[in-house]
Structures are given as structure tokens and as C-alpha cells.
Design a protein around this ligand. Structure first.
Ligand code: NAD
Length: 497
């Protein structure tokens, strides 16, 4: 097949995949345009071209979605747990069957390489499978009171209508990690997808409908003005919960808004992950783990290693090996064969990464590779390793959200832990050491919700994902993930029988 034919076939396939995605708002089981018919554009970050126009919902649409959610709540809560679990199981199967199309869609709207998009679709689907299994295991308790005179009955019931707000960097997984437990628990939902990458959410909503989710259980309102959806819903006392994944700034604003009606909140917020390499580390494993922790999602992950702290005896070798590996990664549109680094999501993100690197270099950091925006079209930035980064550099204090690895060095364990904890964030940390005692001491001392010990990846549907400090409240996934959507009710029973 010549190149022209291959390109033509690829374009045709992209058009077909895009054509199958619903573009409207999903409210009460109906797909419909936004009130007033407004739309907003979605771009391919590798070409900067508009690939779709999506309904631009506003206040009235948000309230209509809440009406539908409230209307469906009682019926959905009474639906048999087995049935709720089967909806999720079917959604898992449909996503698995359609992994290629969903991955292509994700690469087109977000930019990550196809292999990573496939991995994310599989990861997202796995949350549906996991919570499909959890739906039938919601337990209660029955015990004798301390006096022996009464009985204590504890039940766990759905919290109620929930607002779910998701970010652009994991367009499918962040949806599944919220929708999965909400469906399993018997909560109805209003989902507000990210403006930059709404297509994966819309495709998944279609799949959940097809899997048998009843009308009104999941409502989806896409918008270019997020506060037009969150504002009226937080002000409405019928809403009972908000679950948000995104930046700490927006999360804390939503938390303040949720205070008016004392909503349950789950917040998965920003990170500033330290990656610690101790003197006794297996260096091959550390470099490989660093590549995963840094380059997954082109560095646009809340779990991305943001600061590499390496024992002074290994810092130079580690930096050079990491730079060789990162410089060898092929950059390009995620649909092209062999590409391992996609574009950043938009111009603003690339400008931020550029300015953080410039600041570090001005302060004396040494560029071992990258530090350039190579293409004229597409929001690309080259994989970058910076050595001898001074502690005051801006990128030590904030999320880089790009393919940039700054390497700092330390002298002893105490200093390593102090540097690692010297941030307002506390999502995840990575530590490489072969000494069990040191590993346990360090894991206990790190002020984070998760630690990757000799591993550069912590995400797992079976594990409780979440952060400490300004990285959030609550956990998603694992056996505690469903608790975020359940209210505990206790009945005190007088024993007069
Ligand atoms: P963001 O905070 O800008 O946006 C997240 C979502 O909130 C989007 O849907 C956006 O439209 C919406 N939003 C923005 N302003 C809002 C408002 N005033 N009211 C209601 N909704 C509003 O974050 P982002 O740029 O989309 O995502 C990147 C951030 O997400 C990073 O900080 C990253 O660390 C974080 N993140 C955290 C996790 C986690 O699990 N801890 C996972 C992925 C991403």
C-alpha cells in the first residue's frame, strides 16, 4: 500500500470514529442540543485542527440535568444491586470490544500515543468491572450495644444525586473512576466533562446507555463555561455530593461552594511527586521507573514524577542515562507508528512548560536533552532532562505537566525526606531502595496518599487512589472507593422482645 492510500484510509477511519460520537447533552435519557443551540470546538492537539463541535450547555441545561437526576434517584437506588453490577459489567465488555475506536478517539482529542490510549481505555473499563463486582458487596452491621440492652443496626445507602467533574488528561479513566462507584452504590449523576476532551465522556455515556443504564441515572452536560454548570447545581439543595478531579485551585473553590448545602465532597487534586533514588537503588530499575513515572501521558499526569531527588553518588549517572532514554523517544502525532511522545494538550500548557524550563535554566540548571518546542504545527515539547537544578527553581514548587525531568541531589535520607515533603501537595511519591528497613522508614515518613516502592506506576482499580494535604480528600478505587457514594445510617433498636 502506498503512503497516500494509507493516509486516506487513516483519515476515513478517523472520520468514521468521530461520526459515531454523540455531540449533544444527555438529559433524562434524551440526547439534545444545548438551550439556544450553542456549540464549542474540540481540537486535535497534534494538528491544532477542529475535529468536532459539541453542545455548549449552560445554567438551564444544568438544572434540567439535575431535575432528571433527582427524578431517577429513588428508582435507581431501589434497583437490585445485581442489576446495577450487570450494567457495569456490560459497559466493561462494550469498552473492551471497542478499545481500538475509543483509543483513536482519545488520541485525536487529547494527543497521547495510541498505545497509551488503549492502556487507558482498558484501565477505565476495569473500573466498571471492579465496581460491577463491588455493587453486590455493600455491607452493613448488626451488633449488641455496650449495655447489652439495645441493638445497633448499621446500613449504607446511596448518597443521592451527585455532580461529577473530570479533567482532560485521562479523558476515560477519570470518568469511570467516578461513574463506576456511583452506579454501583445507586447514585444518579450529572457528569460535567472537560472542555478540552469531552468526546471520550460522550462515547462512554453512549456505552452506558447501551449497557442498560436507565434514563436519568447518568446525565451529561458539556460546556465551555464550567461554572455555569457547577454554580446552579451547588446552589440547589437537591444535589447531595460533588466529586471533582482537577487542579487544587478549582477543587478548593468547589469545596467552598459545596459548604452552602454541606455536600459530601471527594477531591482528587494536583500533585508534585518526588522520585527518590537512594544510594543502594537498582539503577536500571530506577531509570526504567523514572521513564514510566515521568513520560506516561507525556508528563501530563497528576502522578507524574515532578522532582527527581537522587543520592549525590548516583546523580550524574542517573541523569545521563535518563537523558539518553528520553532523547530516544519518538515525538509525533499519537496515531503514527512508533510514536512514544505526543503533543501537550494546548498552547497554554506548552507555554507554561516552556516558561518553567526557562526559569530553571536562568537559575543555573544544565540542559541534558530537549528544552525545545520542535514543530511548527501541534503543541509539541521535546522530552527534557535538567541536571543540577537549584532548589529555588519554580518547577520544584509546581506541577510541570509536561515531559520535563529536573534532577536534584541529596546527601542523606533525612534530607531526601525533608525535600520530598517540602511541598503543599501530597498525592504520590516514588522511592527506589533495596534496603527493607530504609524502605519502610521512608514510606512512613512521606506525607502522601500513595507510594510507588521500586515502581514507577501506582494506578490500579483494586487500590485506593488519592492524596493527602492539598492533593485532595477521599479515595477512588479499591474496596473503599464505593464508600464515597454511600451514607452510613444507624438504627438504634430497643430490645423489648
Ligand atoms: P482544572 O481544574 O482546570 O479542570 C478540571 C475540571 O474542572 C474540568 O472539567 C474543568 O472544566 C472544570 N472546571 C474548571 N473551572 C471550574 C469551575 N469554576 N467550576 C466547576 N468546574 C470547573 O484541571 P485540568 O487542567 O482539567 O486537569 C489538570 C489537573 O487535574 C492537574 O492539576 C492534575 O494534577 C489534576 N488531576 C488530578 C488527578 C487525581 O486523581 N488527583 C487526576 C488527574 C488530574
Amino acid at each position: 500500500m502506498n503512503d497516500e492510500v494509507a493516509v486516506g484510509q487513516q483519515l476515513e477511519r478517523e472520520r468514521e470514529v468521530l461520526a459515531r460520537v454523540p455531540r449533544g447533552l444527555l438529559i433524562g435519557g434524551q440526547w439534545r442540543p444545548a438551550t439556544g443551540g450553542r456549540t464549542f470546538p474540540v481540537h486535535d492537539p497534534a494538528t491544532e485542527e477542529v475535529i468536532a463541535e459539541v453542545a455548549d450547555g449552560h445554567e438551564d441545561d444544568a438544572l434540567a440535568a439535575l431535575d432528571a437526576s433527582v427524578g431517577a434517584q429513588a428508582g435507581w437506588a431501589e434497583t437490585a444491586p445485581r442489576r446495577r453490577g450487570e450494567v457495569l459489567r456490560r459497559a466493561y465488555e462494550l469498552m473492551t470490544e471497542r478499545v481500538d475506536d475509543l483509543a483513536l478517539l482519545m488520541t485525536m482529542e487529547m494527543g497521547k500515543p495510541l498505545a497509551e490510549s488503549k492502556a487507558e481505555v482498558a484501565y477505565a473499563a476495569d473500573f466498571f468491572r471492579w465496581f460491577g463486582e463491588e455493587a453486590v458487596r455493600i455491607s452493613g452491621d448488626y451488633k449488641v450495644s455496650t449495655s447489652g440492652a439495645n441493638r445497633v443496626l448499621v446500613m449504607r445507602q446511596p448518597v443521592g444525586p451527585s455532580l461529577l467533574i473530570t479533567p482532560w488528561n485521562f479523558p476515560a479513566a477519570m470518568v469511570a473512576r467516578k461513574v463506576g462507584p456511583a452506579v454501583a452504590a445507586g447514585c444518579t449523576m450529572v457528569l460535567k466533562p472537560p472542555q478540552l476532551t469531552p468526546l471520550s465522556s460522550l462515547a462512554m455515556a453512549g456505552i452506558l446507555e447501551e449497557a442498560g443504564l436507565p434514563p436519568g441515572a447518568l446525565n451529561v452536560v458539556t460546556t465551555s463555561r464550567a461554572s455555569a454548570v457547577s454554580g446552579p447545581l451547588l446552589a440547589d439543595s437537591r444535589l447531595r455530593k460533588v466529586s471533582f478531579t482537577g487542579s487544587t485551585e478549582v477543587g478548593s473553590m468547589l469545596m467552598a461552594g459545596a459548604a452552602a448545602h454541606v455536600l459530601r465532597v471527594s477531591l482528587e487534586l494536583g500533585g508534585n511527586a518526588p522520585f527518590l533514588v537512594f544510594a543502594d537503588a537498582d539503577l536500571d530499575a530506577a531509570v526504567e521507573g523514572a521513564l514510566t513515572a515521568k513520560m506516561r501521558n507525556t508528563g501530563e499526569a497528576c502522578t507524574a514524577a515532578n522532582r527527581f531527588y537522587v543520592h549525590a553518588s548516583l546523580a550524574q549517572e542517573f541523569s545521563e542515562r535518563l537523558a539518553r532514554a528520553m532523547a530516544a523517544m519518538k515525538l509525533g502525532r499519537g496515531t503514527e507508528p512508533g510514536v512514544r511522545v505526543g503533543p501537550l494538550v494546548d498552547e497554554a500548557q506548552r507555554a507554561k512548560v516552556t516558561s518553567l524550563v526557562e526559569d530553571a535554566v536562568e537559575r543555573g540548571a544544565r540542559v541534558l536533552c530537549g528544552a525545545r518546542a520542535p514543530r511548527s504545527r501541534g503543541w509539541f515539547y521535546e522530552p527534557t532532562v535538567l541536571a543540577a537544578v537549584p532548589e529555588g527553581a519554580q518547577l520544584a514548587g509546581e506541577e510541570i505537566f509536561g515531559p520535563v525531568a529536573p534532577v536534584f541531589s541529596f546527601e542523606d535520607d533525612e534530607e531526601a525526606v525533608r525535600l520530598a515533603n517540602g511541598t503543599r501537595y501530597g498525592l504520590v511519591a516514588y522511592a527506589y531502595t533495596r534496603d527493607l528497613g530504609r524502605a519502610l522508614r521512608v514510606c512512613e515518613a512521606l506525607e502522601v496518599g500513595m507510594v510507588g516502592l521500586n515502581r514507577g506506576l501506582v494506578s490500579d482499580p483494586a487500590a485506593p487512589f488519592g492524596g493527602a494535604k492539598a492533593s485532595g480528600i477521599g479515595r477512588e478505587g479499591g474496596s473503599v472507593g464505593i464508600d464515597e457514594y454511600l451514607e452510613v445510617k444507624y438504627v438504634s433498636i430497643d430490645k423489648t422482645w
